[in-house]
Design a protein around this ligand. Structure first.
Ligand SMILES: NC(=O)c1ccc[n+]([C@@H]2O[C@H](COP(=O)([O-])OP(=O)(O)OC[C@H]3O[C@@H](n4cnc5c(N)ncnc54)[C@H](O)[C@@H]3O)[C@@H](O)[C@H]2O)c1
Length: 272
């Protein structure tokens, strides 16, 4: 799909952009004319996504770094600034989503690993970006949160704590950075199909979503990019759920006392 070029010439860093939501966000920024810095800890996927953006006529550079490492984050920002001279948008997307473990089986290494990538990584990248943006009096920082920030997932004490941290950090950074023209917001993805599961499995899981289906990574691209546009110029400190209605729901359809099967049948109008 052809998109408006709202980011021509702007420099956008997306972390964890080699796969899933980060990839979709990076491709969308590329399609809108941004110079995209495609970070991932996995060199092969970072290069692939950067090449995809370039092949589509955009501008991109891969940036291999572990966001949990200050040394690697500093080297990535040094390379980014050497090549492009500035940064307009940072998307803190890198996250570990498959580290579930029961709390009684938790240990320090597990906590440090999850918090290191999901929360400290966002802190390290935001600090480097904000130092550049503050001098220019403009910039947008967007971080991927999760419904786990406010409603718990079983087996995910570390993950949910990291995302609660993301939302608290988003609000606190928004206050500290507003006088410098930097906006800071978070996106809350719902149940997003970033790994291969069967269609049958997806259909079952989709039943718990009010909109009736799992999300695709592309469902996150437009809303995330929107938060960095001029149209979002008065939005800061916000958390923006992109989840098909999951977070506002008390009981999911399969166990609801007033299930969707009791809803009135209304024939759709035929479209002219
Ligand atoms: N998929 C979902 O349903 C969902 C729901 C809520 C929130 N989220 C959040 O959205 C973000 C993206 O999730 P996803 O499903 O696309 O994940 P994903 O696993 O598909 O992609 C994450 C990417 O981050 C990279 N990465 C991991 N550790 C890194 C590190 N230390 N440094 C740099 N890159 C690293 C991975 O290599 C991978 O390419 C995460 O922050 C996740 O917590 C996802």
């Amino acid at each position: 799909m052809e998109h408006a070029k709202r980011f021509t010439g702007q420099v956008v860093l997306v972390t964890g952009a080699g796969h899933g939501i980060g990839r979709a966000v990076a491709l969308r920024f590329g399609g809108e004319g941004a110079r995209v810095v495609v970070n991932d800890v996995d060199a092969a996927t970072a290069q692939e996504v950067a090449a995809e953006i370039t092949a589509a006529g955009g501008e991109a550079m891969p940036a291999v770094a572990d966001v949990a490492s200050k040394t690697q984050v500093d080297a990535m920002f040094d390379a980014l600034l050497a090549r492009y001279g500035t940064i307009d948008v940072l998307v803190n997307n890198a996250g570990l989503i498959t580290m579930a473990r029961h709390f009684l089986e938790a240990d320090e290494a597990w906590w440090d690993t999850v918090l290191g990538v999901n929360l400290k990584g966002a802190f390290l990248c935001s600090l480097r970006a904000a130092q550049v943006m503050a001098r220019r009096r403009s910039g947008s920082i967007i971080s991927m949160s999760s419904g786990g920030a406010t409603r718990a997932h079983r087996g995910n004490v570390a993950y949910d704590a990291s995302k609660g941290g993301i939302e608290a950090m988003t609000r606190a950074m928004a206050l500290d950075l507003a006088p410098y023209g930097i906006r800071v917001n978070a996106v809350i993805p719902g149940l997003i199909r970033t790994y291969d599961i069967s269609d049958a499995d997806a259909a079952v899981r989709g039943q718990v979503v009010p909109m009736g289906r799992l999300g695709d990574p592309e469902d996150l691209a437009g809303p995330t990019v929107f938060l960095a546009t001029e149209d979002a110029r008065y939005i800061t400190g916000a958390t923006f759920a992109v989840d098909g209605g999951v977070l506002v729901q008390q009981r999911s359809t399969p166990v609801d006392t007033f299930p969707v099967s009791r809803f009135p049948v209304i024939e759709p109008e035929s479209r002219r």
